[in-house]
Write a protein that binds this ligand. Structure first.
Ligand SMILES: Cc1cc2nc3c(=O)[nH]c(=O)nc-3n(C[C@H](O)[C@H](O)[C@H](O)COP(=O)(O)O)c2cc1C
Length: 173
């Protein structure tokens, strides 16, 4: 016997990421994203699916840049805050206490508390159902020294997509 399931159920768990966008000198924003993966090695490309209703979608369309910040499990509370609140309503750096720091090449800030960072410029934007898929070329990629040298180990943030978000933000959108 087999039972029909919601197709996403069996793709989990996925890693959680914090994507920053905007301008460190002006307004910048953080969105929690799990639909994020590498799609090419040469050139190095990352694809992230971002809901069209999200403030980040508008910002990335305008600036053509974003940063994939890799959080450890210790930032789970902040990840959920960024995943349940919109930059349309709140300043997520202020509310989470996460620290914005200048990136190397793009105007958006990196999140200092994360362990690795990938600065991207948008190569392609593709409409995919309720989301837009941003394909970004990685122009800078760097990580915490101790992590690279193997002197520090982190547990990366991962888990399920909260059902509340499914129901309230996407399925009804
Ligand atoms: C763990 C987690 C993962 C999420 N993954 C995604 C995702 O991959 N794509 C997406 O569009 N939204 C995702 N969300 C929901 C957004 O983070 C949420 O809609 C957010 O409020 C949008 O923020 P913004 O309006 O400031 O851009 C996720 C939320 C959580 C908590």
């Amino acid at each position: 016997m087999r039972t029909d399931v919601e197709y996403l159920e069996f793709l989990w768990p996925m890693r959680h990421y914090l994507i920053t966008c905007g301008d460190i000198e002006g307004k910048s924003n953080i969105i929690a994203v799990s639909f994020c993966m590498p799609v090419s090695k040469e050139p190095p490309l990352i694809a992230c699916a971002i809901g069209r209703g999200a403030y980040s979608c508008t910002v990335i369309e305008r600036t053509n840049e974003f940063i994939v910040n890799v959080p450890s499990q210790s930032l789970k509370k902040q990840i959920y805050y960024c995943g349940f609140h919109s930059g349309y309503d709140v300043d997520k750096f202020k509310e989470t206490g996460l620290t914005p720091q200048p990136a190397r090449k793009v105007k958006a800030p990196i999140i200092a508390e994360c362990v690795a960072w990938m600065e991207c410029t948008v190569r392609q934007e593709i409409e995919t159902g309720s989301k837009n898929l941003f394909v970004g070329e990685v122009i800078e990629a760097y990580a915490d020294d101790a992590l690279v040298k193997g002197e520090r180990k982190v547990e990366y943030a991962h888990g399920n997509f909260p059902r509340k978000i499914y129901a309230t933000r996407f399925e009804e959108a």
